[in-house]
Design a protein around this ligand. Structure first.
Ligand code: NAP
Ligand code: 3JM
Length: 340
């Protein structure tokens, strides 16, 4: 049972990572009412000091005993750590919001984007865990939800252009080093990705399944159906890693149930929560990854009718994958418990 308080005890599992760091920044930017903060990571980081709002915190070991007195436990330390430690955090009384893929498709665990299906949070109490969707799913559904509600969506065809920060700090450093080595005329080395990522596009995110799809692509298919509570919606995805540091871009084509014009879509999205329309082709204004970096919104542009079918729309959707795709969405889920 959740009880409202003036301020809450918050634990971050994976506090030293790319997402964990963004969680700290986002808590501060949103004035999240914090009483105590516990920063957890692996033994590699134990004893490391991290500043939050002028106060120094010492990183502690992520363990099953680390969650006593915690109100919200925010997990971003990888799926296997979530499987191992999130149930213990929930058993200790914390509300767990998990960023990994560990629990997303568990029917007893809500999978939530606050702008899309906030009602699903009510079912959290069974297991004490709420799952944060994959970054690519979140921004796609923030942009599509108003259209889905207005005219219905039969089918989604999406191709993603995903930033390296989605893989974590090691991938950010790998892209940076490859670019520096290239400029210095040195041979390039790789460790994180199966191929050079600098000046390249890799049509593989996560591992391949027997069907020929990657797990990342199937996350978008299955999570969309769960969040929209619609098993009939067709979704097909191609997920591509591109040499961008922050900000995932998506080319989205939808077939709607009823006809909607591009002008109507623009109008609908102009007042949609969490969305900002940037769509002035004559001025070369459209959503860009470098402009989305550090922002909370999902940016939508290049809105146009698909002239190859009777009821289709194309659009370009960009958001900061570490913020709305991970840290921000997680914190918005926690805020649902005490807001309003
Ligand atoms: P990262 O930069 O590589 O950071 C990983 C974090 O996990 C670090 O704090 C690391 O601590 C911690 N960690 C790793 N192994 C651990 C262990 N055995 N015990 C305790 N802590 C451990 O990765 P990231 O980009 O922040 O992503 C972290 C996770 O968040 C991902 O694995 C994924 O599950 C999830 N994620 C979700 C989305 C989404 O789409 N919603 C997007 C990105 C990430 P040390 O510093 O001590 O190693
Ligand atoms: C984004 O446990 C792991 O190796 C985590 C891999 C990972 C995931 C995941 O599957 O949880 C890295 C980046 C995600 C995600 O959001 O699905």
């Amino acid at each position: 049972m959740f009880t409202k308080k003036e301020a809450y005890n918050v634990a971050i599992a994976g506090a030293t990572g790319a997402v964990g760091g963004a969680m700290l920044e986002t808590l501060a930017r949103r004035n999240f009412p914090i009483n105590g903060l516990r920063l957890l990571a692996s033994e590699r980081s134990v004893g490391k000091k991290i500043k939050y709002q002028g106060k120094e915190y010492v990183v502690e070991l992520l363990s099953k005993d680390a969650f006593g007195g915690i109100d919200f436990a925010l997990f971003s330390a990888g799926a296997s750590r979530s499987l191992e430690f999130a149930p213990a955090a929930a058993a200790a009384g914390a509300i767990v919001v998990d960023n990994s893929s560990a629990f997303r498709m568990d029917p007893e665990i809500p999978l939530v984007v606050p702008e899309v299906n906030p009602h699903a949070i009510a079912r959290y109490s069974k297991r004490g865990i709420i799952a944060n969707p994959n970054c690519s799913t979140i921004q796609m559904l923030v942009a599509l939800k108003p259209i889905y509600d207005k005219v219905g969506i039969k089918r989604i065809v999406v191709s993603t252009y995903q930033a390296v920060s989605g893989t974590g700090t090691s991938a950010i450093l790998e892209l940076q080093k490859q670019v520096e080595d290239y400029a210095a005329g040195k041979p390039l080395t790789r460790k994180v990705y199966p191929h050079q990522i600098a000046f390249n596009c890799l049509p593989q995110i996560d591992s391949f399944l027997d069907t020929g799809y990657t797990k990342e692509e199937m996350k978008m298919v299955n999570e969309t159906r769960k969040i929209f509570e619609d098993d009939r919606i067709g979704v097909t995805a191609t997920a591509v890693r591109v040499p961008v540091f922050y900000g995932h871009s998506e080319s989205i084509n939808i077939e709607t149930e009823r006809k909607i014009s591009a002008a109507e879509v623009k109008k609908l999205l102009a007042s949609a929560p969490g969305v900002k329309v940037v769509d002035e082709p004559s001025l070369s204004q459209y959503p860009l990854a470098i402009a989305a970096e550090g922002e909370f919104e999902t940016f939508v542009g290049r809105i146009r009718e698909d002239e190859s079918i009777a009821k289709g729309i194309n659009m370009w959707v960009v958001s900061d994958n570490i913020l709305k795709g991970a840290a921000l969405n997680t914190i918005q889920i926690a805020e649902q418990f005490f807001k309003g």
